[in-house]
Write a protein that binds this ligand. Structure first.
Ligand code: AMP
Length: 410
């Protein structure tokens, strides 16, 4: 991640921090690797992530460790390990960091990528689901992601899902010959994943398959209706998609995914859902929870603009390479920064002409030239005047424009 792209990324991070922290989410960092066992139990042994995509290795003590492919399992582990169920509930946490999946790299799909995510633990209220979705929608919209589409569904409880999986499995067995080989292979493990297939024959079979949404228990239906009602009230558009299956096993009830048609094949920008049993499954107290993760690289690819990288307010140049002038230039730069300006030191040993050219190229507004006296040259007008000291430089520059604020505060 190099400049100038790194500037847009930092701007996006500041935007995420602002949106989430205003909503009461606290920032967390969990380890980049965890025990392999955590992901096998947390993400689910039948998922592509666990079966094919994890970078797993043994450490010197022979423990099996995995570079984290996602963060919900790690957050639940931290919640349990640090007794967060004793904190005021719900606990709201957000994160930003690197994740690792061994997938075939292509545009928008990397083996190391960055996710921003938010998790709310300790409440089963439908308002938590709705708020999570609205916060992600706000981030994506303010980040400038274009042609967004939100799909949402409910997966109900694990029991409903299991009964439904049986029903679906026997339906698929009846039409096995029409299915893709890899779907046939996984019929026993996870027939729901057949909805993800791109294979034409499989898609035709799936179009007539029984739907989980029609099999949900009454309380799950009620929860789902409440979430949709809250999204309606907030004016957020969505599509109920009965075929939505997320690639992680831990979800219960609400699942959702944002896509951008501005992206190519890898169009998912972010998604999530409820995982009411995960904390208990990992050995903690019963803790309903809901959250999402979004791909930072994909948000940036899908059109997040961010401000253009601002040049420094002032470049401090030296008219001679004399020690005394260099020391004064360094002091002036520090004084200007202390006064709130972005002040960059030009390379003092170079000819003044080259220092000025550099100031131009980095987009500085002015150059302070330290020689026998101090001169300020404005780069837009070319006007050059003697100034008494840093205070006068600050005054001259205060009259035009702002500094390099990321613009997120608006
Ligand atoms: P998931 O944890 O699979 O639900 O992924 C959440 C989001 O992370 C996706 O919508 C993508 O934006 C992003 N993502 C997942 N895998 C990758 C990858 N290999 N490369 C880049 N972004 C990814």
């Amino acid at each position: 991640v190099l400049p100038p792209d790194s500037g847009r990324r930092r701007w996006l991070q500041a935007l995420c921090a602002q949106v989430l922290e205003r909503a009461g989410f606290s920032y967390v960092e969990t380890p980049v690797f965890e025990s392999a066992e955590l992901f096998a139990r947390g993400v689910g042994a039948s998922t592509d992530i666990v079966r094919k995509e994890m970078f797993t290795f043994s450490d010197k003590a022979g423990r099996s460790l995995t570079l984290r492919p996602e963060n919900t399992a790690g957050i639940c582990r931290a919640y349990i390990e640090h007794g967060m169920h004793k904190w005021p509930q719900p606990v709201r946490l957000w994160y930003w960091g690197p994740f690792f999946r061994h997938e075939a790299p292509q545009a928008g799909r990397y083996r190391q990528f960055t996710q921003v995510g938010a998790e709310t633990l300790g409440s089963d209220d439908p308002a938590i689901d709705a708020e999570a979705i609205l916060l992600l929608a706000e981030i994506l919209e303010r980040a400038g992601v274009e042609r967004l589409r939100l799909r949402i569904a409910s997966l109900g409880s694990p029991e409903t899902r299991q009964a439904y999986a049986e029903e679906l499995r026997s339906y698929l067995r009846g039409r096995e010959a029409e299915l893709a080989p890899e779907v046939r292979e996984r019929l026993d493990v996870n027939p729901l994943r057949a909805f993800d297939s791109d294979h034409a024959g499989t898609r035709a079979v799936m179009a007539a398959a029984p739907r989980l949404l029609d099999r949900l228990a009454a309380d799950d239906v009620e929860h789902f209706r409440a979430v949709l009602g809250l999204l309606d009230a907030a004016g957020l558009e969505y599509e109920v998609d009965t075929t939505l299956v997320r690639g992680l096993d831990y979800y219960t009830r609400t699942v959702f995914e944002f896509e951008s048609a501005a992206l190519g094949a890898q169009r998912g920008v972010g998604g999530g859902g409820r995982y009411d049993r995960l904390v208990a499954e990992l050995g903690g107290p019963d803790t309903p929870a809901c959250g999402w993760a979004a791909g930072v690289e994909r948000i940036l690819l899908a059109g997040a603009k961010g401000p253009a990288m601002a040049g420094p307010d002032v470049v401090v140049a030296t008219a001679t390479g004399a020690r005394d002038a260099v020391a004064r230039a360094l002091r002036l730069a520090r004084e200007l920064r202390a006064a709130g300006l972005a002040a960059e030191l030009a390379e003092p040993g170079r000819a003044l002409r080259r220092q000025l050219r550099r100031a131009d190229r980095v987009g500085a507004r002015a150059v302070a030239i330290v020689g026998d006296d101090l001169q300020l040259k404005m780069l837009d007008s070319g006007a050059q005047t003697p100034v008494a000291g840093p205070a006068e430089v600050v005054r001259a520059l205060a009259s035009g424009g702002e500094g390099a604020d990321p613009g997120v505060t608006a």
